[in-house]
Ligand binder design. Structure first.
Ligand SMILES: [Zn+2]
Length: 439
């Protein structure tokens, strides 16, 4: 173990965090995302008339049965490297929205990496719409038109196109990629919940979930358009693993899709709305949601959610942001460990009592580390140090109380993991024994 000791003189300036150099292979993969195919996939998904989770499964070219079979075959056809299967669950009738028993099928394409640890790119392929002219849902009516071109045909097309692009890239990835399109999202995140629990029961390690839901519309319902940005929602608290994935997405997008802006939103999702990243978050898995910058609510969950409300060029830019983040996630080593087996941060004041001493556990495949820090009342990393293959760093005179610290692992190819942050664990409540009083 080597310890890097840095002069406090280096800490005076607050240099902008430099982006890592682009990898031409990742740049090529990102550029290979096809706007034309995305548009074709969205129109094809709309063409099933409805993809309602309880819709018919025995009608040719219409309903969720035809849609999931097409998604499966299209992903199988798009790359021989993908292992594409249904992930089926027998769901009982329950609540207001599941008005009968149903066999729910997610469509899952696995691109095996050298390591079994997984990174997910997800969307939901099911759709729902209020009957034309109605202001309420009728959950018993599953075969009415529900085009779902943007919600979430756009995300489904994105996942299918990235499955093709990654499968055909010829790149050998360290981690395993899973491209999943879920059903039952509109009934309460049902497909993602069941898949997440099954994956956890099977012992899969999932490092990140990139959920893409409503990612293709440019024109907001309030008349404001924005084709230049995508929002990324992530649950707190401020240094949660999901927030590190969000910061990581912004960092990689700046390298590989610099003309597109990533707008980070520090909340788990939009008010009153849900998404398939949340069941993973609830299992302790880091995950974020991508959504368009401006929404048109009149074209969600209505018969007006048609393909003319999806912009293929905008959807392609959003897809390239997701592709860049996913590619670096599966090329980089896993995040280093920054806490001991009891969850205590490997951070202390060092022998002087007034320095910041950071330690971390080596990440498999890492050849270097990058330490970052920032004042504890700011959202973005402001300082950084490359520290070679050390697993310890002392920052003289830096208060561990006034700054937040983190460390990322860097692989031989220069790809960098998300940051693992040193978190001050909450203090348990004090339980004081007192003498009983009163008569
Ligand atoms: Zn949705």
């Amino acid at each position: 173990m080597r310890c890097a000791l840095l002069s406090s003189a280096l800490l005076v300036a607050a240099p902008a965090i430099a982006a890592e150099a682009p990898d031409p292979r990742v740049a090529g993969l990102v550029a290979s995302v096809s706007e034309e195919r995305l548009g074709h996939l969205v129109r094809s998904l709309e063409g099933f008339g409805t993809r309602h989770t309880l819709s018919a499964t025995d009608t040719t070219g219409r309903g969720i049965g035809a849609a999931r079979q097409w998604i499966l075959e299209e992903m199988r056809r798009s790359s021989a490297r993908l292992r594409v299967e249904f992930d089926a669950h027998a769901v009982l009738k329950q609540g207001e929205r599941l008005t009968r028993d149903v066999e729910l099928r997610n469509v899952v394409a696995v691109l095996p990496g050298r390591s079994p640890r997984r990174v997910y790119v997800t969307a939901h392929y099911d759709s729902v719409a209020r009957p034309a002219g109605a202001d309420r849902f009728d959950w018993s009516q599953a075969d009415l038109p529900a085009p779902g071109a943007n919600d979430d045909g756009s995300g489904t097309a994105l996942v299918m196109e990235l499955a093709r692009a990654f499968g055909e890239s010829g790149i050998d990835f360290d981690a395993t990629l899973v491209f999943a399109t879920f059903a039952g999202e509109e009934q309460g995140l049902v497909g993602a919940t069941l898949h997440g629990k099954r994956a956890a029961a099977e012992g899969h390690r999932i490092d990140a979930v990139l959920n893409c839901d409503i990612v293709g519309n440019v024109a907001g319902g309030d008349g404001v358009s924005d084709a230049s940005a995508v929002r990324v929602f992530s649950e707190g608290p401020e240094d949660s693993p999901s927030r590190q994935i969000a910061r990581f997405v912004a960092r990689q997008a700046a390298v590989y899709v610099p003309a597109h802006r990533v707008r980070l939103v520090a909340r788990h999702d939009r008010f009153g709305r849900g998404g398939d990243h949340t069941p993973f978050n609830q299992l302790g898995i880091a995950g974020v949601r991508f959504s368009e910058a401006r929404e048109n609510y009149a074209r969600q969950h209505t018969v007006a959610d048609t393909a003319d409300g999806v912009s293929p060029p905008y959807l392609a830019r959003n897809a390239r942001v997701v592709a860049a983040a996913a590619a670096v996630l599966v090329l980089a080593p896993p995040v280093p460990g920054v806490a001991d087996e009891r969850g205590r941060p490997l951070l202390d004041r060092g022998p002087t009592g007034y320095d910041a001493r950071l330690r971390w556990t080596a990440s498999p495949g890492a050849t270097a580390y990058r330490v970052v820090w920032r004042p504890a009342w700011t959202p973005d990393w402001e300082h950084e140090r490359a520290v070679g293959d050390a697993t310890e760093l002392v920052l003289p005179g830096v208060s561990i109380d006034d700054f937040v610290f983190g460390v990322a692992a860097v692989g031989a190819g220069g790809h960098e993991s998300p940051v693992a942050a040193y978190v001050n664990p909450p203090r348990p409540p004090v339980d004081v024994l007192t003498k009983p009083t009163g008569p």
